[in-house]
Design a protein around this ligand. Structure first.
Ligand code: HEM
Length: 480
Protein backbone atom coordinates (compact mmCIF):
# COMPACT_ATOMS: atom_id res chain seq x y z
CA UNK A 1 0.00 0.00 0.00
CA UNK A 2 2.57 2.56 1.14
CA UNK A 3 5.03 1.58 -1.64
CA UNK A 4 2.60 2.43 -4.44
CA UNK A 5 4.56 5.48 -5.66
CA UNK A 6 4.32 6.82 -9.30
CA UNK A 7 7.58 6.15 -11.24
CA UNK A 8 8.12 9.74 -12.36
CA UNK A 9 8.44 10.94 -8.79
CA UNK A 10 10.95 8.27 -7.71
CA UNK A 11 13.75 10.01 -9.63
CA UNK A 12 13.46 13.31 -7.79
CA UNK A 13 15.18 13.51 -4.40
CA UNK A 14 12.74 16.31 -3.45
CA UNK A 15 9.78 14.05 -4.15
CA UNK A 16 11.55 11.18 -2.45
CA UNK A 17 11.82 13.23 0.71
CA UNK A 18 8.18 14.24 0.46
CA UNK A 19 7.10 10.66 -0.11
CA UNK A 20 9.22 9.56 2.80
CA UNK A 21 7.41 12.18 4.85
CA UNK A 22 4.00 11.14 3.65
CA UNK A 23 4.84 7.48 4.18
CA UNK A 24 5.86 8.25 7.73
CA UNK A 25 2.66 10.24 8.17
CA UNK A 26 0.64 7.38 6.71
CA UNK A 27 2.33 4.90 9.04
CA UNK A 28 1.64 7.22 11.98
CA UNK A 29 -1.99 7.64 10.95
CA UNK A 30 -2.41 3.89 10.66
CA UNK A 31 -0.73 3.29 13.98
CA UNK A 32 -2.98 5.90 15.62
CA UNK A 33 -6.05 4.37 13.97
CA UNK A 34 -5.02 0.97 15.38
CA UNK A 35 -4.51 2.46 18.84
CA UNK A 36 -7.86 4.27 18.60
CA UNK A 37 -9.57 0.98 17.74
CA UNK A 38 -7.93 -0.49 20.87
CA UNK A 39 -9.09 2.53 22.87
CA UNK A 40 -12.70 2.18 21.64
CA UNK A 41 -12.61 -1.55 22.36
CA UNK A 42 -11.23 -1.03 25.90
CA UNK A 43 -13.78 1.72 26.58
CA UNK A 44 -16.56 -0.59 25.38
CA UNK A 45 -15.38 -3.50 27.53
CA UNK A 46 -15.00 -1.16 30.51
CA UNK A 47 -18.64 -0.07 30.27
CA UNK A 48 -20.59 -2.96 28.74
CA UNK A 49 -19.57 -5.66 31.09
CA UNK A 50 -21.01 -8.85 29.60
CA UNK A 51 -17.66 -10.03 28.19
CA UNK A 52 -15.76 -9.43 31.43
CA UNK A 53 -18.49 -11.21 33.39
CA UNK A 54 -18.16 -14.30 31.19
CA UNK A 55 -14.35 -14.27 31.34
CA UNK A 56 -14.32 -13.91 35.14
CA UNK A 57 -16.95 -16.64 35.61
CA UNK A 58 -14.95 -19.12 33.50
CA UNK A 59 -11.59 -18.28 35.08
CA UNK A 60 -13.03 -18.42 38.59
CA UNK A 61 -13.96 -22.07 37.96
CA UNK A 62 -10.86 -23.08 36.04
CA UNK A 63 -8.06 -21.10 37.68
CA UNK A 64 -9.20 -18.41 40.17
CA UNK A 65 -5.80 -16.70 39.97
CA UNK A 66 -4.93 -16.84 36.27
CA UNK A 67 -1.52 -15.84 34.97
CA UNK A 68 -0.95 -15.17 31.27
CA UNK A 69 2.71 -14.18 30.92
CA UNK A 70 2.89 -10.94 32.86
CA UNK A 71 -0.87 -10.46 33.14
CA UNK A 72 -2.56 -11.71 36.32
CA UNK A 73 -6.34 -11.89 36.60
CA UNK A 74 -7.99 -12.29 40.00
CA UNK A 75 -11.52 -13.57 40.33
CA UNK A 76 -12.08 -14.12 44.07
CA UNK A 77 -13.06 -11.41 46.55
CA UNK A 78 -10.40 -12.51 49.07
CA UNK A 79 -7.60 -12.22 46.53
CA UNK A 80 -8.81 -8.88 45.18
CA UNK A 81 -8.94 -7.47 48.70
CA UNK A 82 -5.52 -8.96 49.51
CA UNK A 83 -3.89 -7.24 46.55
CA UNK A 84 -5.60 -3.90 47.26
CA UNK A 85 -4.55 -4.00 50.92
CA UNK A 86 -0.87 -4.95 50.28
CA UNK A 87 0.11 -1.37 49.42
CA UNK A 88 3.90 -1.95 49.24
CA UNK A 89 3.78 -5.24 47.32
CA UNK A 90 1.34 -4.09 44.66
CA UNK A 91 1.82 -0.57 43.35
CA UNK A 92 -0.34 1.84 41.36
CA UNK A 93 1.92 4.77 40.47
CA UNK A 94 3.25 3.57 37.12
CA UNK A 95 -0.15 2.37 35.98
CA UNK A 96 -1.77 5.69 36.57
CA UNK A 97 1.03 8.18 35.90
CA UNK A 98 0.64 8.46 32.10
CA UNK A 99 -2.92 9.65 32.71
CA UNK A 100 -1.81 12.37 35.12
CA UNK A 101 0.31 14.87 33.24
CA UNK A 102 -0.54 17.58 35.77
CA UNK A 103 1.96 16.08 38.25
CA UNK A 104 1.95 13.72 41.24
CA UNK A 105 -1.32 13.11 43.03
CA UNK A 106 -2.37 10.60 45.75
CA UNK A 107 -2.81 7.83 43.21
CA UNK A 108 0.74 8.08 41.91
CA UNK A 109 2.35 8.10 45.37
CA UNK A 110 3.59 4.56 46.06
CA UNK A 111 5.66 5.26 49.17
CA UNK A 112 3.20 4.29 51.89
CA UNK A 113 4.33 6.78 54.60
CA UNK A 114 4.26 9.69 52.14
CA UNK A 115 0.90 8.55 50.75
CA UNK A 116 -0.49 8.51 54.27
CA UNK A 117 0.89 11.98 55.05
CA UNK A 118 -0.54 13.53 51.90
CA UNK A 119 -3.87 11.81 52.30
CA UNK A 120 -4.10 12.98 55.92
CA UNK A 121 -3.40 16.55 54.87
CA UNK A 122 -6.16 16.43 52.28
CA UNK A 123 -8.44 14.75 54.79
CA UNK A 124 -7.72 17.49 57.36
CA UNK A 125 -9.68 20.04 55.29
CA UNK A 126 -12.79 17.86 55.13
CA UNK A 127 -15.35 18.76 57.80
CA UNK A 128 -16.80 15.36 58.47
CA UNK A 129 -19.91 16.58 60.28
CA UNK A 130 -20.76 19.42 57.87
CA UNK A 131 -19.58 18.50 54.37
CA UNK A 132 -21.87 15.53 53.70
CA UNK A 133 -24.86 17.77 54.48
CA UNK A 134 -23.49 20.52 52.23
CA UNK A 135 -23.15 18.04 49.37
CA UNK A 136 -26.64 16.65 49.91
CA UNK A 137 -28.06 20.16 49.84
CA UNK A 138 -26.20 21.16 46.67
CA UNK A 139 -27.33 18.00 44.88
CA UNK A 140 -30.93 18.17 46.05
CA UNK A 141 -31.26 21.83 44.99
CA UNK A 142 -29.75 21.27 41.56
CA UNK A 143 -31.90 18.16 40.99
CA UNK A 144 -35.09 20.00 41.95
CA UNK A 145 -34.32 22.83 39.54
CA UNK A 146 -33.38 20.52 36.68
CA UNK A 147 -36.34 18.22 37.11
CA UNK A 148 -38.78 21.13 37.40
CA UNK A 149 -37.46 22.42 34.06
CA UNK A 150 -37.86 19.03 32.34
CA UNK A 151 -41.04 18.24 30.50
CA UNK A 152 -41.52 14.52 31.02
CA UNK A 153 -38.17 13.71 29.44
CA UNK A 154 -34.69 14.22 30.85
CA UNK A 155 -31.18 13.30 29.79
CA UNK A 156 -30.02 12.21 33.22
CA UNK A 157 -26.36 12.58 32.24
CA UNK A 158 -26.22 15.87 30.33
CA UNK A 159 -29.14 17.62 32.03
CA UNK A 160 -28.93 16.31 35.58
CA UNK A 161 -25.79 14.51 36.75
CA UNK A 162 -23.30 16.70 34.89
CA UNK A 163 -24.80 20.00 36.08
CA UNK A 164 -24.82 18.51 39.59
CA UNK A 165 -21.12 17.62 39.56
CA UNK A 166 -20.16 20.92 37.94
CA UNK A 167 -21.92 22.60 40.85
CA UNK A 168 -20.16 20.35 43.39
CA UNK A 169 -16.87 21.38 41.78
CA UNK A 170 -17.76 25.07 42.05
CA UNK A 171 -19.46 25.19 45.45
CA UNK A 172 -17.62 22.45 47.34
CA UNK A 173 -14.21 21.96 45.68
CA UNK A 174 -13.93 25.69 44.88
CA UNK A 175 -13.25 25.07 41.17
CA UNK A 176 -15.58 27.22 39.03
CA UNK A 177 -16.52 26.21 35.46
CA UNK A 178 -13.84 26.71 32.79
CA UNK A 179 -14.50 30.00 30.96
CA UNK A 180 -17.54 30.41 33.25
CA UNK A 181 -19.32 27.90 31.00
CA UNK A 182 -20.99 24.95 32.73
CA UNK A 183 -21.37 22.87 29.55
CA UNK A 184 -17.70 23.43 28.77
CA UNK A 185 -16.81 22.27 32.29
CA UNK A 186 -19.00 19.18 31.94
CA UNK A 187 -17.15 18.27 28.74
CA UNK A 188 -13.83 18.77 30.52
CA UNK A 189 -14.86 16.42 33.35
CA UNK A 190 -15.57 13.72 30.73
CA UNK A 191 -12.23 14.28 29.03
CA UNK A 192 -10.27 14.29 32.27
CA UNK A 193 -11.98 11.21 33.68
CA UNK A 194 -11.30 9.39 30.43
CA UNK A 195 -7.59 9.65 30.88
CA UNK A 196 -7.79 8.06 34.31
CA UNK A 197 -10.21 5.26 33.43
CA UNK A 198 -9.08 4.36 29.89
CA UNK A 199 -6.18 6.43 28.61
CA UNK A 200 -6.69 7.65 25.02
CA UNK A 201 -3.67 7.20 22.71
CA UNK A 202 -1.23 10.13 22.58
CA UNK A 203 -1.98 12.39 19.63
CA UNK A 204 -5.63 11.30 19.29
CA UNK A 205 -8.46 13.85 19.49
CA UNK A 206 -9.63 12.79 22.98
CA UNK A 207 -6.00 13.00 24.15
CA UNK A 208 -5.58 16.48 22.64
CA UNK A 209 -8.88 17.63 24.18
CA UNK A 210 -7.88 16.37 27.61
CA UNK A 211 -4.48 18.11 27.39
CA UNK A 212 -6.16 21.38 26.35
CA UNK A 213 -8.60 21.11 29.25
CA UNK A 214 -5.73 20.41 31.61
CA UNK A 215 -3.90 23.54 30.53
CA UNK A 216 -7.04 25.64 31.04
CA UNK A 217 -7.77 24.02 34.38
CA UNK A 218 -4.21 24.63 35.55
CA UNK A 219 -4.45 28.30 34.61
CA UNK A 220 -7.83 28.65 36.30
CA UNK A 221 -6.61 26.98 39.48
CA UNK A 222 -3.49 29.12 39.68
CA UNK A 223 -5.70 32.21 39.49
CA UNK A 224 -8.22 30.90 42.03
CA UNK A 225 -5.47 29.90 44.49
CA UNK A 226 -3.82 33.32 44.12
CA UNK A 227 -7.15 35.08 44.80
CA UNK A 228 -7.85 32.86 47.81
CA UNK A 229 -4.37 33.50 49.21
CA UNK A 230 -4.63 37.25 48.80
CA UNK A 231 -8.03 37.41 50.52
CA UNK A 232 -6.60 35.41 53.39
CA UNK A 233 -3.48 37.59 53.68
CA UNK A 234 -5.45 40.84 53.47
CA UNK A 235 -8.12 39.48 55.89
CA UNK A 236 -10.80 40.64 53.46
CA UNK A 237 -14.20 39.50 54.73
CA UNK A 238 -16.37 36.77 53.36
CA UNK A 239 -14.37 34.22 51.47
CA UNK A 240 -16.30 31.13 50.40
CA UNK A 241 -15.81 28.02 52.49
CA UNK A 242 -14.64 25.28 50.13
CA UNK A 243 -11.75 22.80 49.77
CA UNK A 244 -9.67 25.30 47.79
CA UNK A 245 -9.95 28.12 50.34
CA UNK A 246 -9.38 25.71 53.22
CA UNK A 247 -6.18 24.44 51.60
CA UNK A 248 -5.10 27.97 50.71
CA UNK A 249 -5.54 28.92 54.38
CA UNK A 250 -3.21 26.06 55.36
CA UNK A 251 -0.54 27.42 53.02
CA UNK A 252 -0.08 30.29 55.44
CA UNK A 253 0.43 28.00 58.46
CA UNK A 254 3.80 28.37 60.18
CA UNK A 255 4.43 24.65 60.67
CA UNK A 256 3.73 22.95 57.40
CA UNK A 257 5.43 20.08 55.59
CA UNK A 258 8.11 21.04 53.05
CA UNK A 259 6.22 19.32 50.21
CA UNK A 260 3.03 21.26 50.84
CA UNK A 261 2.96 24.34 48.62
CA UNK A 262 0.82 26.13 46.05
CA UNK A 263 1.75 23.61 43.39
CA UNK A 264 0.54 20.78 45.66
CA UNK A 265 -2.81 22.52 46.06
CA UNK A 266 -3.11 22.92 42.28
CA UNK A 267 -2.17 19.28 41.63
CA UNK A 268 -4.53 17.90 44.27
CA UNK A 269 -7.49 20.01 43.19
CA UNK A 270 -6.89 18.94 39.58
CA UNK A 271 -6.82 15.37 40.89
CA UNK A 272 -10.16 15.85 42.65
CA UNK A 273 -11.71 17.24 39.47
CA UNK A 274 -10.38 14.25 37.51
CA UNK A 275 -11.36 11.58 40.06
CA UNK A 276 -14.45 13.12 41.60
CA UNK A 277 -16.83 14.33 38.92
CA UNK A 278 -17.33 12.02 35.94
CA UNK A 279 -17.03 9.12 38.41
CA UNK A 280 -20.18 10.32 40.17
CA UNK A 281 -21.95 10.77 36.83
CA UNK A 282 -20.95 7.26 35.76
CA UNK A 283 -21.90 5.74 39.12
CA UNK A 284 -25.33 7.39 39.07
CA UNK A 285 -26.05 6.48 35.44
CA UNK A 286 -25.06 2.85 36.05
CA UNK A 287 -27.19 2.62 39.19
CA UNK A 288 -30.30 4.00 37.49
CA UNK A 289 -29.68 1.81 34.43
CA UNK A 290 -29.59 -1.30 36.59
CA UNK A 291 -32.62 -0.35 38.67
CA UNK A 292 -34.53 0.02 35.42
CA UNK A 293 -33.17 -3.35 34.31
CA UNK A 294 -34.64 -4.93 37.48
CA UNK A 295 -38.26 -3.68 37.56
CA UNK A 296 -39.20 -5.32 40.85
CA UNK A 297 -36.19 -3.75 42.55
CA UNK A 298 -37.12 -0.42 40.94
CA UNK A 299 -40.61 -0.55 42.46
CA UNK A 300 -39.24 -1.36 45.92
CA UNK A 301 -36.62 1.38 45.65
CA UNK A 302 -39.32 3.86 44.67
CA UNK A 303 -41.32 2.94 47.80
CA UNK A 304 -38.21 3.35 49.92
CA UNK A 305 -37.50 6.75 48.40
CA UNK A 306 -41.02 7.86 49.42
CA UNK A 307 -40.52 6.41 52.91
CA UNK A 308 -37.23 8.29 53.25
CA UNK A 309 -38.85 11.56 52.13
CA UNK A 310 -41.58 11.09 54.73
CA UNK A 311 -39.12 10.17 57.49
CA UNK A 312 -37.03 13.28 56.74
CA UNK A 313 -40.11 15.52 56.56
CA UNK A 314 -41.29 14.17 59.92
CA UNK A 315 -37.87 14.69 61.48
CA UNK A 316 -37.84 18.28 60.27
CA UNK A 317 -41.42 18.93 61.37
CA UNK A 318 -40.80 17.95 65.00
CA UNK A 319 -37.73 20.25 65.08
CA UNK A 320 -35.84 20.90 68.29
CA UNK A 321 -38.89 21.29 70.46
CA UNK A 322 -39.68 17.56 70.58
CA UNK A 323 -38.42 15.40 73.41
CA UNK A 324 -35.01 13.82 73.07
CA UNK A 325 -36.62 10.38 72.76
CA UNK A 326 -38.87 11.54 69.87
CA UNK A 327 -35.96 13.17 68.08
CA UNK A 328 -33.86 10.03 68.47
CA UNK A 329 -36.58 7.79 67.13
CA UNK A 330 -37.23 10.16 64.18
CA UNK A 331 -33.50 10.18 63.37
CA UNK A 332 -33.49 6.40 63.64
CA UNK A 333 -36.34 6.16 61.13
CA UNK A 334 -34.45 8.39 58.68
CA UNK A 335 -31.36 6.24 59.05
CA UNK A 336 -33.27 3.02 58.54
CA UNK A 337 -34.98 4.26 55.37
CA UNK A 338 -31.72 5.70 54.10
CA UNK A 339 -29.79 2.47 54.71
CA UNK A 340 -32.51 0.36 53.11
CA UNK A 341 -32.40 2.49 49.96
CA UNK A 342 -28.58 2.47 49.96
CA UNK A 343 -28.76 -1.35 49.77
CA UNK A 344 -30.63 -1.03 46.46
CA UNK A 345 -28.11 1.47 45.14
CA UNK A 346 -25.11 -0.72 46.03
CA UNK A 347 -26.76 -3.86 44.69
CA UNK A 348 -27.76 -2.16 41.41
CA UNK A 349 -24.24 -0.82 40.99
CA UNK A 350 -22.83 -4.32 41.55
CA UNK A 351 -24.22 -5.35 38.17
CA UNK A 352 -22.47 -2.43 36.48
CA UNK A 353 -19.79 -1.08 38.84
CA UNK A 354 -18.47 2.41 38.25
CA UNK A 355 -14.94 0.95 38.22
CA UNK A 356 -15.18 -2.71 37.15
CA UNK A 357 -11.39 -3.13 37.13
CA UNK A 358 -8.60 -1.91 39.36
CA UNK A 359 -5.02 -2.37 38.27
CA UNK A 360 -1.79 -2.92 40.19
CA UNK A 361 1.85 -3.68 39.32
CA UNK A 362 4.02 -6.25 41.09
CA UNK A 363 7.49 -4.66 41.36
CA UNK A 364 8.82 -7.92 42.90
CA UNK A 365 7.81 -11.55 42.82
CA UNK A 366 4.96 -12.12 45.28
CA UNK A 367 2.62 -14.86 46.40
CA UNK A 368 -1.13 -14.29 46.38
CA UNK A 369 -3.53 -16.41 48.47
CA UNK A 370 -0.61 -17.98 50.31
CA UNK A 371 -1.58 -21.10 52.24
CA UNK A 372 -4.61 -21.86 50.08
CA UNK A 373 -5.06 -24.32 47.22
CA UNK A 374 -5.29 -21.52 44.70
CA UNK A 375 -2.02 -19.80 45.78
CA UNK A 376 0.11 -18.55 42.87
CA UNK A 377 3.47 -16.86 42.52
CA UNK A 378 3.10 -13.59 40.65
CA UNK A 379 6.22 -12.79 38.60
CA UNK A 380 8.15 -9.58 39.07
CA UNK A 381 6.91 -6.93 36.62
CA UNK A 382 3.43 -8.45 36.38
CA UNK A 383 0.32 -6.33 35.91
CA UNK A 384 -2.62 -7.43 38.01
CA UNK A 385 -6.32 -6.96 37.28
CA UNK A 386 -8.07 -6.83 40.66
CA UNK A 387 -11.63 -6.24 39.55
CA UNK A 388 -14.46 -5.18 41.84
CA UNK A 389 -16.69 -6.70 39.15
CA UNK A 390 -15.03 -10.11 39.51
CA UNK A 391 -15.00 -9.88 43.31
CA UNK A 392 -18.65 -8.86 43.59
CA UNK A 393 -19.74 -11.89 41.56
CA UNK A 394 -17.75 -14.32 43.69
CA UNK A 395 -20.41 -16.76 45.02
CA UNK A 396 -18.44 -17.28 48.25
CA UNK A 397 -19.29 -13.70 49.24
CA UNK A 398 -22.31 -13.02 47.01
CA UNK A 399 -24.35 -16.25 46.94
CA UNK A 400 -26.38 -16.60 43.73
CA UNK A 401 -24.54 -13.63 42.31
CA UNK A 402 -26.80 -13.13 39.31
CA UNK A 403 -29.81 -12.56 41.60
CA UNK A 404 -30.69 -8.98 42.59
CA UNK A 405 -30.67 -9.24 46.37
CA UNK A 406 -30.90 -6.00 48.38
CA UNK A 407 -30.29 -7.83 51.65
CA UNK A 408 -26.59 -8.55 51.17
CA UNK A 409 -24.24 -7.19 53.89
CA UNK A 410 -23.23 -3.68 52.85
CA UNK A 411 -19.61 -4.29 53.92
CA UNK A 412 -19.31 -7.04 51.27
CA UNK A 413 -19.33 -4.50 48.44
CA UNK A 414 -16.07 -3.02 47.20
CA UNK A 415 -17.36 -0.24 44.98
CA UNK A 416 -14.93 2.11 46.72
CA UNK A 417 -11.93 -0.21 46.80
CA UNK A 418 -10.10 -1.37 49.92
CA UNK A 419 -7.02 -0.64 52.03
CA UNK A 420 -5.08 2.60 52.20
CA UNK A 421 -6.18 3.60 48.71
CA UNK A 422 -9.88 3.22 49.41
CA UNK A 423 -11.75 6.01 47.66
CA UNK A 424 -10.94 9.37 49.24
CA UNK A 425 -14.17 10.92 47.98
CA UNK A 426 -16.51 8.19 49.17
CA UNK A 427 -18.41 10.66 51.35
CA UNK A 428 -19.00 12.90 48.31
CA UNK A 429 -19.90 10.02 46.00
CA UNK A 430 -22.29 8.25 48.36
CA UNK A 431 -24.26 11.40 49.08
CA UNK A 432 -24.28 12.68 45.51
CA UNK A 433 -25.30 9.36 43.94
CA UNK A 434 -27.93 8.74 46.58
CA UNK A 435 -29.52 12.19 46.24
CA UNK A 436 -29.66 11.99 42.46
CA UNK A 437 -31.08 8.48 42.46
CA UNK A 438 -33.70 9.57 45.00
CA UNK A 439 -34.69 12.55 42.89
CA UNK A 440 -35.23 10.26 39.89
CA UNK A 441 -37.04 7.57 41.88
CA UNK A 442 -39.62 10.17 42.91
CA UNK A 443 -40.67 10.67 39.28
CA UNK A 444 -43.96 8.93 38.42
CA UNK A 445 -43.71 6.29 35.66
CA UNK A 446 -39.94 6.60 35.41
CA UNK A 447 -38.74 4.65 32.34
CA UNK A 448 -36.05 4.56 29.68
CA UNK A 449 -36.71 6.62 26.58
CA UNK A 450 -37.33 4.40 23.59
CA UNK A 451 -34.51 3.42 21.26
CA UNK A 452 -30.84 4.08 21.74
CA UNK A 453 -31.46 7.27 23.68
CA UNK A 454 -32.73 5.16 26.58
CA UNK A 455 -29.35 3.40 26.94
CA UNK A 456 -26.29 4.84 28.65
CA UNK A 457 -24.12 6.26 25.88
CA UNK A 458 -20.44 7.05 26.30
CA UNK A 459 -17.63 9.22 25.06
CA UNK A 460 -14.71 6.92 25.75
CA UNK A 461 -15.48 5.50 29.20
CA UNK A 462 -17.40 8.59 30.40
CA UNK A 463 -21.19 8.61 30.00
CA UNK A 464 -22.47 11.43 27.81
CA UNK A 465 -26.19 10.68 27.58
CA UNK A 466 -28.97 8.56 29.09
CA UNK A 467 -32.53 9.71 28.40
CA UNK A 468 -35.37 8.91 30.79
CA UNK A 469 -39.08 9.67 30.59
CA UNK A 470 -41.62 10.29 33.34
CA UNK A 471 -45.19 11.44 33.82
CA UNK A 472 -44.98 15.15 34.44
CA UNK A 473 -48.74 15.56 34.83
CA UNK A 474 -48.92 12.91 37.55
CA UNK A 475 -46.08 14.72 39.25
CA UNK A 476 -48.14 17.89 39.42
CA UNK A 477 -51.01 15.87 40.88
CA UNK A 478 -48.66 14.30 43.46
CA UNK A 479 -47.50 17.74 44.58
CA UNK A 480 -51.09 19.01 44.91
C1 HEM B 1 -19.45 6.65 42.46
C2 HEM B 1 -18.35 7.35 42.58
C3 HEM B 1 -17.00 6.82 42.93
C4 HEM B 1 -16.54 5.53 42.96
C5 HEM B 1 -17.33 4.24 42.69
C6 HEM B 1 -15.15 5.58 43.32
C7 HEM B 1 -14.34 4.46 43.45
C8 HEM B 1 -13.00 4.52 43.79
C9 HEM B 1 -12.14 3.36 43.90
C10 HEM B 1 -12.57 1.93 43.67
C11 HEM B 1 -10.92 3.80 44.26
C12 HEM B 1 -9.68 2.94 44.53
C13 HEM B 1 -8.78 2.94 43.33
C14 HEM B 1 -7.68 1.93 43.44
O1 HEM B 1 -7.54 1.27 44.46
O2 HEM B 1 -6.96 1.79 42.44
C15 HEM B 1 -10.97 5.23 44.36
C16 HEM B 1 -9.90 6.03 44.70
C17 HEM B 1 -9.98 7.39 44.79
N1 HEM B 1 -11.10 8.17 44.66
FE1 HEM B 1 -12.96 7.52 44.17
N2 HEM B 1 -14.79 6.88 43.51
C18 HEM B 1 -15.88 7.67 43.31
C19 HEM B 1 -15.95 9.03 43.45
C20 HEM B 1 -14.95 9.81 43.93
C21 HEM B 1 -15.07 11.21 44.29
C22 HEM B 1 -16.37 11.99 44.27
C23 HEM B 1 -13.82 11.65 44.63
C24 HEM B 1 -13.36 13.00 45.09
C25 HEM B 1 -14.10 13.85 45.75
C26 HEM B 1 -12.92 10.52 44.54
C27 HEM B 1 -11.57 10.57 44.82
C28 HEM B 1 -10.75 9.47 44.85
C29 HEM B 1 -9.33 9.55 45.13
C30 HEM B 1 -8.55 10.83 45.42
C31 HEM B 1 -8.84 8.25 45.09
C32 HEM B 1 -7.40 7.81 45.32
C33 HEM B 1 -7.20 7.46 46.77
C34 HEM B 1 -5.77 7.08 47.10
O3 HEM B 1 -5.01 6.69 46.22
O4 HEM B 1 -5.45 7.18 48.29
N3 HEM B 1 -13.64 9.42 44.12
N4 HEM B 1 -12.26 5.65 44.07
Amino acid sequence: MGTDVPESTVESPRWRATDGGSLTRLAETMSLARKMAGYHFSSYIFSHLWLLKIVFAVLRRVRPISIFGKLVILTKMRDVREVLVRFDDFTLGEVIEPGMPWGPFLMTVDWSEQHQRERELLQSVVKRDVDPQTIKKIVAEECNERIAAADGRIDMVADLAEPVVVRIAADYFGVPPLQGDKRRMARATRNLAGIIMVNPPAGSQPWIDSRDDMIELTQLLLEEIAVAKSTIVSHQGNRPDNLLTRLAALLGARAKPSWFDEDWVRRYLTGLVATGLATVVRGTAHTVDQLLAHPEALREAQKLAVALDRAEAYEQSIGNTASEGDRKSAAQRVKQSHDALAQYVYEALRFRPMLPLLVRDAPREAVIANGTKRARVVPSGARILAGPLAAMFDPDVFPQPSRFDPKRPIESYIHFGDGARRCFGEYVARNAVMEMVRALLRLPDLARASGNGGRVRYEGPAPCSFVLTFNKRAMGAQER
